[in-house]
Write a protein that binds this ligand. Structure first.
Ligand SMILES: Nc1c(NC[C@H](O)[C@H](O)[C@H](O)CO)[nH]c(=O)[nH]c1=O
Ligand SMILES: CC(=O)[C@@H](O)COP(=O)(O)O
Length: 173
């Protein structure tokens, strides 16, 4: 399993209805993006979930794209993939901070999102972190998103599924 081994949460299939994951990738550095995608897709499939992929121009567009897709209600979890490499100006700081901030805001709205946007000094640092056979940050981001989905499903109260009837029956009190 990619990423930190979260205690008590193992890869679990999501019942008979596989989870549907949207990967939003910014292929600003195409080869790095491909490595991240490879790791993320392998991890999602290991969880018994399905995936679709959407490309955006750069890391700053990832959170807006996820926000648009989340409003469709078609996907259960999201994975953000990209690579930001420091240049000569302070633009790096803007791209790094705002791309992460946008993802955090969406997560705080209850969306299950894993952040696999690399923020590095050079392409070698990116390569080591992107390779599925290396640090596999793409797989780690996918695992994080699916852990959040697993938690959300664990915490869903049965009466919530019953709706009005559950409230009337006082379930869960
Ligand atoms: N420098 C990098 C960027 N910059 C582009 C921005 O993300 C954005 O697409 C642009 O400002 C238009 O809104 N993006 C990356 O993903 N990686 C970089 O290193
Ligand atoms: C992360 C960036 O925005 C950076 O690649 C842009 O490079 P520069 O700061 O040299 O314009």
């Amino acid at each position: 399993m990619a990423g930190p081994q979260t205690q008590g949460l193992e890869r679990g299939r999501f019942g008979d209805k596989p989870a549907k994951v949207l990967i939003v990738v910014a292929p600003y550095y195409r080869e790095i993006a491909n490595q991240l995608l490879h790791g993320a897709r392998a991890e999602i499939e290991a969880w018994g979930a399905t995936h679709e992929t959407a490309e955006v121009p750069g890391a700053l567009e990832i959170a807006p794209a996820i926000g648009m897709a989340a409003r469709l209600g078609e996907f259960h979890a999201f994975v953000a993939l990209g690579c930001v490499i420091r240049g000569e100006t302070t633009h790096y700081d803007t791209v790094v901070e705002e791309s992460a901030h946008g993802i955090t805001l969406l997560g705080l709205q209850g969306h299950c999102i894993g952040n696999g946007i690399l923020t590095v000094e050079n392409e070698e640092q990116a390569r080591v972190r992107a390779e599925a056979s290396g640090q596999d940050k793409g797989g780690g981001a996918a695992a994080a998103a699916l852990h959040l989905l697993q938690l959300s499903r664990r915490w869903q109260r049965p009466e919530k599924k019953l709706g009005f009837l559950g409230d009337r029956l006082g379930a869960g009190e």
